[in-house]
Design a protein. Structure first.
Length: 180
């Protein structure tokens, strides 16, 4: 350029250097996420064949510098495509993982609440979960308390967790307001 500022045409939008760097970093992060996906997840992501092949190659690279170079190559290929569908696909995997985590915490909270409050908590559970087997839950609670007092491995506690998880599969357990 000869020292003058060029005028931008109406359809050209100015993008700062900082924004371009943030965008490049986001694409590089997306490339890294693609490399970390499981094979089945990667198969369901809408990718061009050359990008899919580059990701497969990146998974086989063990040398640090070569891995970084391959990551940069994948990011460069991604910048040439529309990444909205790819991002949406990866976000759906992460959303499913968050849902599983929330579900696990809900079941753990109910298990702990049942152990701490006994029959009172069991009554609350049975009011909301009519298909629950109260006798089996009560037996598992007794066995878990007995195992804990004797310092034995928590087999009944795990069995109680599995039973609650299966109940949650059929119908989600109600959220706990808090013990008491």
């Amino acid at each position: 350029m000869n020292g003058r500022k060029e005028k931008l045409s109406p359809e050209t939008e100015f993008v700062s250097k900082s924004q371009r760097k943030r965008d490049a970093q986001a694409v590089k992060s997306l490339a890294s996420e693609l490399i970390r996906l499981s094979s089945s997840q990667l198969a369901s992501v809408p990718l061009e064949a050359n990008i899919r092949e580059a990701v497969q190659q990146a998974r086989q690279i063990r040398a640090h510098v070569a891995g970084k170079r391959q990551l940069q190559f994948i990011a460069k290929q991604l910048r040439r495509t529309d990444i909205a569908a790819i991002r949406k696909s990866i976000d759906s995997f992460q959303s499913k993982a968050r849902q599983v985590t929330v579900r696990q915490h809900r079941v753990e909270n109910w298990r702990d609440f049942l152990l701490a409050s006994g029959d009172e908590a069991l009554g609350k559970l049975l009011q909301r979960q009519h298909h629950a087997d109260g006798q089996a839950i009560r037996q598992l609670l007794r066995n878990a308390q007995r195992e804990a007092s004797k310092g034995k491995p928590p087999a009944a506690l795990r069995a109680l967790f599995r039973l609650l998880r299966d109940m949650d599969d059929k119908e989600p357990l109600p959220p706990l307001e808090g013990p008491g």
